[in-house]
Design a protein around this ligand. Structure first.
Ligand code: PLP
Length: 212
């Protein structure tokens, strides 16, 4: 409820990694759906498959992305892959070109977390070669904050600026799509960080997102 009030009009998605941070998705996922959550982020395809059994209709994004082996699971369970690299973009483009009935994908760009997502070089290449996205339906571009639990950390503004610059550079390739930057702590950094969707995880499960 607090997140919905803070983020409005941006909707609130739920990050449900690691069995809802150990609490058990069988109880957590239906409760979140009953509270109005329609978009869920999970880390791995197996988590997406388990969640799909519980919630037949919601949007489920798998942050690790799809590969050649897991792609059929994405199709069968209607999972949306995050595209984290030019390789993953090429692989998903191949599947879309084959005429498979797939969910819209998410483009994940790295603005400083250095874990997943297109590197700045890959973003430049993609902006220069928009055909790499031809035939791929995108629903969102996201990036993840590395230090959002430290409101005074200059990294937060740096990542926000990098996110705005990268999404602007990519707009000719992606068209206008929703943007998402904030996790639990990031949502507390204020409106400037909310964009079109926030994605708290930890705070939904009782972990304090504002330790100070
Ligand atoms: C884990 C994760 C989140 C949620 O982060 P919290 O700190 O648990 O709120 C959001 N987005 C991505 C990409 C994540 O990996």
């Amino acid at each position: 409820q607090l997140y919905c009030e803070m983020a409005a009009p941006a909707p609130v998605a739920a990050s449900l990694k690691a069995d809802a941070y150990g609490l058990g998705i069988e109880r957590i996922a239906p409760a979140l759906a009953a509270a109005g959550c329609e978009i869920f982020f999970v880390a791995l395809p197996c988590e997406g498959i388990a969640l799909r059994k519980l919630l037949p209709r919601v949007c489920i994004v798998v942050l690790s992305g799809a590969d050649r082996v897991s792609a059929p699971l994405f199709i069968r369970n209607r999972l949306s892959p995050a595209l984290n690299s030019l390789d993953q973009i090429a692989g998903w483009q191949h599947i879309c070109a084959a005429g498979e009935d797939v969910e819209a994908a998410i483009l994940h760009i790295d603005t400083g977390m250095s874990r997943l997502g297109l590197t700045p070089d890959e973003v430049s290449l993609l902006a220069a070669e928009p055909a790499r996205l031809d035939g791929i339906r995108l629903q969102c571009i996201l990036s993840h904050l590395a230090c959002a639990d430290e409101p005074d950390n200059a990294m937060n503004a740096r990542q926000r600026n990098a996110f705005i610059a990268a999404t602007a550079a990519l707009e000719p390739a992606t068209g206008r799509v929703a943007r998402s930057l904030a996790n639990s702590s990031g949502t507390f950094l204020g409106r400037d960080f909310h964009f079109d969707l926030v994605r708290p995880g930890a705070a939904l499960y009782g972990i304090n997102p504002v330790p100070q």
